[in-house]
Design a protein around this ligand. Structure first.
Ligand code: MIG
Length: 634
């Protein structure tokens, strides 16, 4: 049962696909205060809050304040309030009664979940215009299913996208990429994708390829494909301002870029230098930009990742001018310490400045809207541009697509990766906790930068991270420019890495089947234990073990220098301690708490009663897997 309450005059965000006629009155449990632009409900002692998709902190969101305000935020620490996404869906659950809510509002929303007052949940708006959905159901899984029917079926990637991918910001030339492939090949570690970060482009111009670094790109794509590797280029949101660059020229001529109040195109700066931002909220601009992916699909490219689409802004021309004026004013004055801080603040506040998001406008199909009012839709609509174009420009192929910024609704067009995490053990745990919340919001094809993006990754962290990421649909090792190289061949124990990646490939029949079920049935591929074991209170607080599909539970090791961990079993299960697809210990473990050994190269998999885990023989590429010849462990 879904009810919709409408506050003010909300814009149509495109998040939902079902028409629900509006209800009168107020949503159950919530008190509305239109003047204060807020909704309030009490949090009983037993209330758990699930949801909010990609954020920081735990699976239970209680005890913090989360802000929907898509941000280019490379510090995923517990003191933060926003990451790259706004997924305004949550479930209130006291173990007996539960209810789901979706706040469909494309601008700033604040979820104060027992932060200001530990017994209160307050939702605050900047603009009180929203469609507020209330979803009834007997248990979280039922609510998630109803919600996902409301927002439409999740994106289904091609099967090869379940293979392992290697990425690094810093591969510059065709030879750099050949080397990655060769070294994986030498060690016999499976690999299906190599990602191309911004350096493949000519001067960071979207849909161009640097001809010096990639002479005869089309042949190179083919050469790699013949060797079983698909190249996945990045696409950035900003379009370089450069005379003669077709995309810039067309966008200007057709008014496809975001404009300022005075009607001129906003000038911002990102990697290409000065850029304009395509107005993805405009259907015509979206079709135009989407068709541009054709330049790459025509030469054999079958997948993309969309980046910087919050949008990230290094600076805007206008604000930079203001900053220089400010500095100029201070220049010959005697600065006291507060003046100095003010001076420093001017510089530190240049990137992603909130004022800048108020400087430009969209032509939202005839409605002029200031950007900040619809800020959280920008990445969604960029990815929608691509997703809607693919059937036109590459009708015979399934295209891999995932994005950094997102809003609910984007899950129909692509997946997400969780952005610039760090090579920290705490971020491996964060990754574990983010996955079920992403699934609730419809993002099933998702994963984090395995090994961590920022900072230097150690061999043991990479090993443990691989042992978790081998269950995530998107399984990609990615790292930032300047960090320690972390391709699996950079480490000593390549045999264990090979065994673990091979195990992933052996599990693909299971992963793909369970993924497809989650898409088709609007269910969750990753679930917290309490979603299945409703009568076991112990399960409520377990956030470091997950159910993966219908047959297994996992309990990853996420701390350094540990050769085991505590695991809670809600019922007897068959435990597999796996070193590879054909080398594992089996043991029945009874319900309750256990300390379970897991050496650095060992993965713990628990088979639920009555279930079987199918495995196939691994291959170097997904296309070479035999998906029909399976062995079963039960
Ligand atoms: O300002 O393209 O999250 O994955 O490697 C950084 C370079 C821009 C941010 C992405 C990251 C990517 C990086 N990008």
């Amino acid at each position: 049962m879904i009810k919709k309450y409408t506050f003010g005059n909300p814009l149509k965000t495109g998040a939902v696909v079902l028409e629900i006629s509006p209800s009168e009155g107020s949503p159950a449990g919530f008190e509305i205060n239109a003047k204060e632009k807020e909704l309030k409900t009490g949090l009983s002692k037993d209330a758990y809050v699930y949801g909010l998709g990609e954020t920081i902190r735990g699976i239970n969101k209680r005890g913090w304040i989360y802000r929907s305000n898509n941000a280019d935020e490379p510090h995923h620490e517990e003191g933060k309030n926003s990451l790259y996404a706004s997924h305004n869906f949550f479930i209130l659950d006291d173990g007996k009664n539960c209810r789901g809510y979706f706040v469909d509002h494309p601008g700033f929303v604040e979820f104060d979940i027992g932060y200001s007052d530990k017994d209160l949940f307050t939702i605050r708006f900047e603009d009180f215009d929203a469609d507020f959905y209330e979803i009834e159901g007997n248990e979280p899984k039922e609510i998630v299913r109803a919600f996902r029917e409301l927002i439409g079926k999740s994106y289904m990637p091609p099967i090869w996208a379940f293979g392992y991918g290697q990425s690094r910001w810093g591969y510059k030339t065709a030879d750099d990429i050949r080397e990655v492939n060769n070294r994986y090949k030498e060690l016999g570690i499976p690999l299906d994708m190599i990602y191309m970060d911004i350096d493949y482009m000519q001067d960071f111009k979207d849909f161009t390829v640097n001809p010096k670094r990639f002479p005869d790109f089309e042949n190179f794509v083919k050469e790699m494909k013949d060797d079983g590797i698909r190249l996945i280029p990045i696409i950035d949101a900003g379009v370089k301002i450069e005379k003669g660059y077709d995309i810039y020229e067309e966008g200007v001529a057709q008014n496809y870029f975001c404009k300022k109040e005075d009607g001129t195109n906003l000038v911002a700066a990102v990697w290409p230098g000065k850029v304009h931002f395509p107005d993805f909220l405009n259907t015509k601009a979206r079709e135009w930009f989407g068709d541009k992916y054709k330049t790459l699909t025509d030469v054999g490219i079958e997948g993309f990742w969309n980046d910087m689409n919050e949008p990230a802004i290094f600076y805007t021309e206008d604000h930079l001018k203001e900053v220089f004026e400010g500095i100029h004013e201070m220049e010959n004055k005697e600065l006291d310490i507060w003046g100095f801080f003010q001076f420093r603040g001017l510089i530190e506040g240049i990137a992603n400045n909130p004022e800048d998001y108020r400087r430009f406008f969209h032509d939202f199909d005839g409605v002029k809207v200031r950007h900040d009012k619809v800020h959280n839709l920008y990445g969604f609509y960029m990815t929608r541009a691509a997703g809607e174009a693919f059937p036109r420009i590459a009708p015979d192929k399934k295209i891999l697509m995932f994005s950094r910024a997102s809003y609910i609704g984007m899950h129909r067009y692509g997946g997400v990766w969780t952005g610039d995490n760090m090579s920290w053990w705490s971020h491996l745990l964060l990754n574990i906790k983010q996955m079920p919340s992403l699934n609730m919001a419809g993002f099933i094809y998702s994963g984090a930068d395995t090994g961590g993006f920022g900072c230097d990754c150690t061999e043991d962290l990479m090993m443990r991270w691989i042992e978790f990421s081998m269950f995530t649909p998107l399984f990609r090792n990615h790292a930032a420019l300047g960090t320690r190289e972390q391709e699996l061949y950079q480490f000593k124990d390549s045999e264990s890495f090979r065994n673990l990646v091979e195990l992933r490939y052996a599990l693909i029949p299971y992963i793909y089947r369970e993924f497809t079920k989650a898409v088709e049935n609007n269910s969750m591929y990753f679930r917290p234990l309490f979603f299945d074991y409703r009568n076991d209170d112990r399960c409520r607080e377990i956030e470091d073990q997950l159910l993966v599909g219908d047959s297994i539970m996992i309990a990853p090791v996420y701390e350094q220098n540990k050769t085991g961990r505590y695991v809670y079993l809600p019922e007897d299960m068959k435990m597999l301690r796996m070193r590879s697809y054909n080398d594992y210990d089996e043991e029945v473990v009874t319900a309750g708490d256990h300390y379970i050994k897991a050496e650095l190269n060992e993965v713990l998999v628990f088979i639920r009663p009555g279930q079987k885990l199918p495995l196939t023989k691994p291959a170097r590429h997904v296309d070479d897997l035999n998906l029909d010849e399976l062995t079963f462990i039960s």
